[in-house]
Design a protein around this ligand. Sequence first.
Ligand code: IMP
Ligand code: MG
Length: 172
Amino acid sequence: MPELIPVLTKDAIARKVSDIAHKISSDYKDRELIIIGVLKGSFIFVSDLVRQLTIPVKIDFISASSYGSSTSSSGNIRLTKEIDMDLKDKDVLIVDDIIDTGLTLAYLVDYVKSFGPKTVKVCIFLDKNERRKVEFHADYVCYVVPKGFLVGYGLDCAENYRNLPEIYHLKL
Ligand code: IMP
Ligand code: MG
């Protein structure tokens, strides 16, 4: 049986999301912010984050998949939902659940840039930096986590566990 080891509590998550939302609200004051959530993993983080913002914001989603149902990135990124909004001259913030090898976000930043936005920044809930394959800098990071495969708060393993309100280390 897979074992779930607690890593971050609901309170710890809520505290950090609120801090980051506060920073984003202040950094993007008087600008035209468009948030692009990366499905599916970011759906809970995006919905918590945007409800704590105190500035106007538009929200879109993109869907990128690189895994199949294993626990390591194939590096082969497939877009399964495109961006619907016009990003030209807009301030875009890409929001994702976790950065691991960095391949997905590096690809998505380039993709978003191809639409001519004014600025592109990245906000991630978790930074797992031990398996990075490309150098990547995220502008907003809630938590840096050590190695391991994490689930809950939107993160899955073969589509399971996304609904858990806390973050767990999954031991297979
Ligand atoms: P990367 O391309 O290796 O940086 O992987 C990015 C994507 O892989 C993330 O957006 C997640 O969807 C998924 N991923 C990476 N590490 C984990 C993990 O520990 N748990 C669940 N999903 C993960
Ligand atoms: Mg993801």
